[in-house]
Design a protein around this ligand. Structure first.
Ligand code: MEV
Length: 317
């Protein structure tokens, strides 16, 4: 009989969508970055009897896990079935530093770490396409109609220029500046926001098409600004994208307020990131000192957490 590993680990990390959320669902390009500051680890240990899940949201038998974890339980079931192993005998512990439902790719990252941990536990090789397939099972349950961007960026280490129907293009991203991410403290609503954009497209076809097309064009312009190391232009592009996203109804008062605060305090640009309606926003600055100042102002104006991320080339304060 095959002896399974006593303990197996799988990891993944969060993501930040720089530009192109929502329009990426409609086959427009998006740019996203891995966000290693937000990390997730899944550990699986052999136990006797029924499998268990241990997470911040639920502790108990796998068979009694709540519907909110169905994306994970169905993924576990699919893998066990495909690999020919019983569902029992596993203690699955999920430890995530990614705030959940905040547009940082928490659901895709947890799924990615889980799939990796299961394949390690069963001592099976895991091809990248297989990893994406199983994250896709989880994301379809969690979000309905995922573009696949979160799955790729949370499980890879490179910034991506991503269009759903094309081979993703990793690209070297060295921009002289800093990105601040700020959490509104409000849960985003990916499923609802994605569905509402789809309804808007049916109701106001011309206007919605225009907004989606413009977001696609802004993403291409953002890529040029990055390649030219022009963070001021990138900032302007991001702010325009925020207004388009607001017109698509996926912003909310707190996101708008934090975007305004960032710009009033000298950010080169700011926008919501991820599905919106809560979750996180991002802002750009040239120097670390400006980034610290804006992060403080965002905290004073209602953000519950901020992160500062160097975009590659460090500058003097
Ligand atoms: C969610 O992180 C990003 C969306 O564009 C949905 C998707 O790409 O699946 C809103």
């Amino acid at each position: 009989m095959k002896t399974l590993s006593d303990q197996a680990i799988g990891t993944a990390h969060g993501k930040i969508i720089l530009i192109g959320e929502h329009s990426v669902v409609y086959n427009k390009p998006a740019i996203a970055l891995p966000f290693p500051a937000a990390h997730v680890e899944v550990t699986i240990e052999s136990i006797l009897g029924d499998s268990e899940i241990h997470s911040n949201y639920y502790e108990g038998p796998l068979s009694s896990a709540p519907v909110s974890l169905e994306n994970l339980t169905k993924t576990i079931e699919a893998i066990c079935l495909d690999l020919g192993y019983a569902l029992s005998g596993m203690r699955i512990a999920i430890s995530s530093l990614i705030p959940s439902e905040r547009g940082m790719g928490s659901s895709a990252a947890v799924a990615s770490a889980l799939v990796r941990a299961l394949f390690n536990f069963f001592e099976q090789p895991l091809a990248y396409e297989q990893l994406l397939h199983y994250i896709g099972i989880s994301e379809k349950i969690a979000h309905g109609n995922p573009s696949g961007l979160d799955a790729r960026v949370t499980s890879g280490n490179q910034p991506l220029f991503y269009t759903k129907s094309k081979t993703p293009e990793p690209f070297d991203f060295h921009l002289t500046g800093y990105l601040i991410a700020a959490d509104t403290g409000l849960k985003g609503q990916t499923r609802e926001a994605v569905q509402d954009v789809a309804s808007l497209l049916k109701k106001s076809k011309r206007k919605t098409r225009f907004l989606l097309d413009s977001l696609g064009k802004l993403t291409v312009q953002a890529r040029v600004a990055i390649e030219q190391d022009d963070i001021a232009d990138l900032g302007r592009i991001l702010t325009k994208a925020h207004h388009h996203l607001a017109d698509l109804t996926v912003s909310n008062d707190k996101l708008d307020q934090l975007v305004k605060t960032a710009i009033e305090h000298g950010a080169l640009g700011a926008k919501l990131t991820g599905s919106g309606r809560g979750g996180c926003m991002i802002a750009l600055t040239k120097t670390f000192g400006q980034a610290k100042h804006i992060a403080n102002e965002l905290m004073k104006n209602g953000a519950v957490e901020t992160w500062i991320h160097s975009l590659g080339a460090d500058t003097n304060e």
